[in-house]
Design a protein around this ligand. Structure first.
Ligand SMILES: NC(=O)c1ccc[n+]([C@@H]2O[C@H](COP(=O)([O-])OP(=O)(O)OC[C@H]3O[C@@H](n4cnc5c(N)ncnc54)[C@H](O)[C@@H]3O)[C@@H](O)[C@H]2O)c1
Length: 199
């Protein structure tokens, strides 16, 4: 696709891979809209892209909150008039073994908590789902062509100490196949879906 002039929405764009992607797309002429929960780093990232001559906007948005994701997408449309790239990049880790044994007694002394498991699913799976859904519905309704980007990980293969994170990255790795099939079924021809697995 033509990157120059396109509009890219990237969650988790305040730092790391999301920010690197944003800088690279902005340098190639895309307008980038970054969402993140880290308010000050988000603003600094946008200022950095603008100083380098790029066009960028920021929205403080938590991907686990539908209304935040809707505001992120609406801001992209209001500021730049379209959405062509949606990158569901925001993710967290909360590593730990499911069971830890006490070395003296051999009994279980600690477990990976339900909150530590559910919290990672909430951001990495539910948040990514809402991000792609809210971006894609606007693309379909307005006939904007582009691509949805799913961010998995090499750890989708099953990393010890990451039963929660690996599960989320295995889950999202299925989505390009599912969504491309669903779009084909519905006659949606303007949106491609790709997956990345960094690491
Ligand atoms: N860095 C790696 O080596 C690596 C390897 C494999 C996969 N990945 C994947 O690449 C993506 C980016 O990783 P990274 O290393 O840049 O991570 P990072 O922690 O540096 O950046 C993630 C960003 O997501 C934001 N975020 C977290 N929870 C959020 C929420 N609820 N709503 C909105 N934003 C939220 C964080 O504030 C942060 O800015 C992730 O999906 C990660 O799983 C990274």
């Amino acid at each position: 696709m033509k990157i120059a002039g396109s509009v890219a929405v990237i969650t988790g764009g305040a730092r790391g891979i999301g920010l690197a992607l944003a800088k690279s797309l902005a340098a190639a002429g895309a307008k980038v809209v970054l969402g993140d929960i880290l308010e000050e780093p988000l603003r600094q990232s946008v200022r950095g892209i603008q100083r380098a001559g790029g066009e960028a906007a920021a929205v403080v948005a938590d991907v686990t909150r539908d209304e935040d994701v809707q505001r992120l997408m609406d801001t992209a449309v209001e500021r730049f008039g379209a959405i062509n790239v949606v990158c569901a990049n925001a993710a967290i880790i909360s590593d730990g073994l499911m069971l830890i044994r006490d070395s003296a007694t051999g009994t279980v002394s600690r477990v990976l908590t339900t909150d530590a498991f559910r919290g990672v699913l909430e951001v990495n799976v539910v948040g990514a789902f809402v991000t792609l859904r809210e971006g894609a519905r606007r693309m379909v309704d307005n006939g904007w062509s582009g691509v949805l980007v799913v961010v998995s990980s090499v750890n989708k293969g099953g990393q010890l100490g990451q039963i929660n994170y690996s599960s989320t990255k295995a889950a999202v790795a299925l989505w390009p196949k599912i969504l491309v099939g669903e779009f084909h079924m519905c006659g949606i021809r303007n949106i491609r879906v790709v997956g990345l697995a960094p690491g």
